[in-house]
Design a protein around this ligand. Sequence first.
Ligand SMILES: C[S@@+](CC[C@H](N)C(=O)[O-])C[C@H]1O[C@@H](n2cnc3c(N)ncnc32)[C@H](O)[C@@H]1O
Length: 362
Amino acid sequence: MRYIGNKTKLVPFLLETIGELDLAPGVACDPFAGTASVGRALKTAGWRVHCGDLLAASYAYQVARVELDRTPRYPGALSGGSASRKALSYGAVLRVLEDLPPKAGFVTEHYTPAGEDGREHGRMYFTPENGSAIDAMREKISEWRREELLDRARAQLLLATLIQAADRVANTTGVYASFVKTWQPNATRRIRLKPLRPTVPPASSALGCTAFCGRAETLLGQAGPLDLLYLDPPYNERQYPGYYHLPELLAQGWEPPPELRGKTGLIPDGDLRSDWCRRGRCEAALRSILELADARHVLLSYNDEGLLPRECIEDAFRASGDPDTFRVFTRGYRRYRSDSDGPGRQYRGDAVRERVYYVRKP
Ligand SMILES: C[S@@+](CC[C@H](N)C(=O)[O-])C[C@H]1O[C@@H](n2cnc3c(N)ncnc32)[C@H](O)[C@@H]1O
């Protein structure tokens, strides 16, 4: 999924950094997991990973990519036959969802021009055809869950698959803070569910990786002692729930229907706003998480255009761990393509330096 701060491209750099520090796999925590790209890479490298994030959409990815050790099978009853039918593969369930008749529901009404509300605000996030397919699939997943035909993890895998598929046909330039006023070619394609691959642990022995939806501080309070804490918090004022409200809506569902705000149909996000996106609060957020962390090694990814100046991170790191072990690893890369200059946002060019800060705790 296109996601601000997605570390997929930086994973090799992170793994090299971990190698250079000579850290052997143990228990790791990735409490700002987003698309779970780092959790997935750590799991592949043999770490037992506890992931977390404020957003429910991230939780779906964490379950799909990190918590699950293999692709599950699904009850035969999902195909509409009797409960005693043979178990279905994940692919077969995706076909059941894709073959549902379209159903104009919440997404069609509010996020396509076919609904009254969508028309009034000119919202063109999805074509009416894709909106009604998304409604049918999302409501069916809720129905299966209500009827206890799906357990939590199987339901989250289907939700992550739907969020990913909807993202591919969303009429946006990568984030949901605005929609494009004409249909882009990707948006006019029919939505297709493509399977996600859970990460098989090395040697196929279960590692006990977990997923979590909530604040980083809460996860750290319950994760127990860690060998590695990897921090990848937001680094600028863009609050994620406003930029990804549609993935979040698909993850949360609409029972009861949320009250929408503004031209883009934002969902309520008071509880999901982050101190890391506030200039006056991000330094305290960093200091308190470092204080809270019961971790042997701490790594922080932070972009050199972020709210926190380099010196401030360095001070906080040196104060929270053994100052002699403090190190900074740097890698240049090209900016995420939906980030562009605009009113109130002037970038210094296309190349950005990503830094990884390290300290060992006593
Ligand atoms: C830079 S992104 C992480 C990207 C991720 N590493 C990836 O590769 O996709 C930051 C994430 O932190 C989450 N977040 C912000 N504040 C948080 C908090 N206080 N606790 C937990 N997650 C938070 C956001 O929802 C967002 O997904």
